[in-house]
Structure formats: C-alpha cells, structure tokens
Design a binder for this molecule. Structure first.
Ligand SMILES: Cc1cc2nc3c(=O)[nH]c(=O)nc-3n(C[C@H](O)[C@H](O)[C@H](O)COP(=O)(O)O)c2cc1C
Length: 351
C-alpha cells in the first residue's frame, strides 16, 4: 500500500510532502518559495506583484536558493501574462498556478512546455471547468481562506470537488497542522495548500509590526468584506477596513485613483496597461465601473500591510486560521511538525 502522505500531488510536483505554499502577493518572494521547497513542501512564487519583465530574474533568484522544484503563480488576464508564461517554460519551472480567468491558449502552451498546471478555484463548477481546460491538479479554496474567497467552507468544497473531478484535488483554506492534512486526505483531497500559515514563518517578508497583528488576531477578528475591491476578501479587521467601510463613493474614488497612480509608478505599467487590465478584470469578474475603480486599491494597500509593515493603513489579507496561529517557525520546522503530527494522527486513527 502506498504511504497516505505520498499522493499523485507529490508525484506530479516532485516534492516530499503533499503541502503547498500558495502564491501570496508581495509575500511569496523567492526566499519564502525556496524555503518552502527546501523544507520538502512545494513553494509558489507570487508573480502577480512583480513587473512581468522581472519575473524571470525572480525565478533565477529562487533557483539560486533551491534545487528543489517550485511553481510560479500569476494572473492570466493581466498584461504581460504571456511574458511570464514564456519565462516559466524557458526556466523549466515545474508548475504554474493561476486562478481567475483561465486562458485556454496559455494553458495549452504551458502544458506543451511540460509545466504542471495548478489553478485555484472556489466552487465545484469552476474546478470542473478548470479540469476541462487542462488542469493537472486543482486547488480548491474554501471560505475560511485568506484574500479573495467564496462562500463554501473547505469541509464541503474539498469532498465535493474531489468527487467531481478526476485530477487530484488540493484543499486550501484553514490549514495549519498535521491533523488538518489528515482531514483533507479523508475528504478525498491529495494535499493541502496554505497561505496564512506560510505568511507567518521566519522566511516570510512580513514585517514585525504586521506579524504582531496576525499573531494577536482572534478567529472572530478575521472578517469578509467587499469594501476593498468590490469582491469578497477575507482579512484582519483593522483601521483601514473601518475607514473604507465608512467612506462614501467620492472618497473611495479618490483613494482608488491615488493608488492606481502609485501602482503605475511602481510596476512601470502604462495607463494603457492599467486600463486593459482593469477592463479584463471587469469582463471576467463582472464588476461595475465603481468596483473597477475600487479594485485599483487592492495591490497597493496589500503591499502597505504585508510588505511595508503598516498594519494600520494597509490591507491584511488573512485566513480565519490566523486566530489559531501564535508562532513564527522556519519553513523547515513547520513542515517537519506538520508531517510528524500527520503521521501520529494516522497511527492514532488506524493503530
Ligand atoms: C497575505 C495573503 C496574500 C494573498 N495573496 C494572494 C494573491 O496575490 N493571489 C492569490 O491568488 N491568492 C492570494 N491569497 C490567497 C492564498 O493564496 C491562499 O489561497 C489562501 O491563503 C489559503 O487559505 P489560508 O490562508 O487559510 O491558508 C493570499 C492570501 C494571504 C493570506
């Protein structure tokens, strides 16, 4: 009998353990990605917050720090997605992660280039569609998960998705330990993907002041709001969120405008790029004009919260699980602990 912790996911991704570190914007840097992979998990580099022309250098940076396989997560409907896909293929990156707006032609190209395609979905019907479009593994993120999130809890979404698709499913949303990993396997998933837990590790770039907010958060402090970009996002309730929820449309518009300009200055995106990205987002997410303007807020506010270390004025994307996490281990110690606890849990259940 194969060992329960060796699954089709560990086979396809070439990692030791069925544990994925997700592509969190500003957080999943080369250092964190390499540390997760070196620990025997599978790291995803977040490319959505790197100018497309610089993604190849970031991939090379990961390669300097690990010889283990890793992935790159990017937005398929953002300007420069083709540049990123080419860098992934050229550099022989093991896997590509993506979520909203899967692009059939780009997926075909990645697969022809030998890249394992790993989309993230928040609903069973999206998982089925993702499989039809060529996914090799589908991550399903339940409502507990950090950042953009759907309404279905992981405990229902993971088993329903595992029944609905033939490719292996990875469960995301609410995982932090070995008991959770075993529960995911029991649901029919073949691994777990964790955002918040890896955000709170020694190799994560999260500055101390922001880390303290996450460490001190109770589960009830982690809320879902549409105030940030018009779509439901799970985050730690802080001063910024209180301000945004109170702001009228004119104030929000002004904030969105300022943030879009800041994003432009930082990423080198032209006004045309921003407009194209915004219009694609509106088409794919069915956003109204007002929501579209609000969406320009999100990346900069996230940077302020998780990279600049200002937990008062920044957006603190977080899973509910932050309320149960109170330490900052290295990726190595974390992965070892999860695997040991999973082994103990399996022997407790099946002595
Ligand atoms: C700080 C933070 C940033 C995130 N950024 C992104 C992102 O840029 N793109 C994305 O697809 N998901 C993003 N997510 C969602 C995660 O990739 C992942 O799906 C989610 O965190 C899983 O739930 P968990 O936090 O309970 O582990 C983010 C999550 C967090 C906590």
């Amino acid at each position: 009998m194969p060992h329960p912790l060796h699954t089709r996911v560990t086979e396809l991704l070439g990692c030791d353990h069925p544990i994925l570190q997700t592509g969190m914007g500003w957080v999943a840097t080369p250092k964190l990605t390499a540390a997760a992979s070196n620990a025997g998990a599978f790291g995803f580099l977040a490319a959505a917050t790197i100018p497309p022309a610089e993604v190849e250098d970031a991939i090379l940076e990961v390669k300097k720090q690990t010889d283990r396989p890793f992935g790159v997560n990017f937005l398929m409907d953002a300007p420069g997605a083709d540049v990123i896909a080419e860098a992934i293929i050229r550099q022989g990156v093991r896997a590509a992660g993506y979520n909203r707006a899967p692009d059939a032609a780009l997926i075909r190209k990645l697969k022809q280039g030998g890249v394992v395609c790993v989309p993230t979905c928040g609903a069973v019907k999206h998982a089925v569609k993702a499989e039809q479009l060529g996914a090799d593994i589908v991550i399903v993120q339940g409502a507990e998960g950090g950042g953009h999130t759907g309404p279905i809890p992981t405990s229902l979404l993971a088993p329903a998705a595992a029944e609905a698709v033939r490719v292996p499913v990875v469960a995301a949303g609410g995982f932090r330990d070995g008991r959770g990993l075993v529960a995911a396997l029991a649901f029919g998933a073949e691994g777990i993907a964790m955002g918040t837990r890896f955000l709170m590790t020694a190799e994560s770039p999260l500055p101390e002041a922001s880390y303290e907010r996450y460490r001190r958060a109770e589960m009830t402090d982690v809320v879902v709001s549409t105030a940030l970009d018009g779509m439901p996002q799970r985050m730690i309730a802080n001063e910024l969120l209180a301000r945004l929820e109170k702001a009228g449309p004119v104030r929000k518009l002004w904030m969105a405008f300022q943030n879009a300009l800041a994003l432009r200055a930082e990423t080198g995106a032209s006004i045309g790029d921003l407009l194209r990205s915004g219009l694609a987002m509106r088409r794919n997410q069915k956003l109204t004009n007002a929501q579209l303007l609000m969406a320009a807020n999100a990346p900069i506010l996230a940077r302020i919260g998780v990279a600049d270390g200002d937990p008062v004025n920044g957006y603190l994307a977080s899973g509910t699980v932050a309320g149960l996490i109170g330490d900052r281990p290295t990726c190595e110690a974390l992965v070892r602990r999860i695997v040991e606890e999973a082994e103990q849990t399996l022997s407790r259940l099946c002595p």
